[in-house]
Design a protein around this ligand. Sequence first.
Ligand code: ATP
Length: 244
Amino acid sequence: MTMFQVENLTKVYGKVRAVDDVSFSIQKGEFVGIIGPNGAGKTTLFHLISGVQPPTSGKVILNNEEITGKAPHLIVQKGLTRTFQVPRPFQELTVHENVEIVKSSKLSVHEQAKQIDHLLQQVGLGSRQSQLAGSLPQGDLRRLEMARALATNPDLLLLDEPFAGLNTAEIESLSELLLQMHDEGITIIIIEHKLKALMKMVKRVIAINFGQLIADDIPQEVVNNEQVLKAYLGDRSWDFAYNH
Ligand code: ATP
């Protein structure tokens, strides 16, 4: 079942076509990677989808409903949540409070606290609930970002470079969490430069260069795709991705 589509999505900044006529569909239950060299337009694509910025033209459709240019909080209410490259928790609030403020609920205070506790256990932050977010190491900040995203109860989750700044052990453990979230029924689209870790998780990869979609296939095909290899020529991220 098609859950999500972008149709001819385009964003022009002055002379730059940051996203250029991009179209693709996502089926319910997929786990899809988005790759492309620095400046290819990946984050801008997420901005357009999540309502952070309006597209110049084109459509975004979620569960057969057009959501193009709607406000981010309305898009979240419809079941689409995204994370950001740099985690943005409230540093001066505790881990628990950071989840509490994004979780809108008609539950009693007690029930709500129980759910947040469960969520934080699930992402591995059960023992850090009363710690200030500003004091968390990078790996735990990413986990908190996941907990805040999960608290919105998403059907479709967009992750923007969740492995940035993490060491190998942290990447492995976050990968496990993402696979678990996917197993529990969340459809995921993930932008990631750490290609080795990405390719282990996803079954489909969309590659973007200069704002345009240049490949959409299984990982093994995409990493051998001539246009993709050419796009990464001279970009250290390809080498980096395979050697770290
Ligand atoms: P990275 O992997 O480095 O995060 P990216 O693929 O996410 O890069 P974008 O950040 O989407 O790429 O940028 C795509 C292009 O759009 C780049 O040329 C960038 O300089 C340009 N761009 C992005 N945002 C703006 C803006 N607000 N105003 C003008 N140009 C912008």
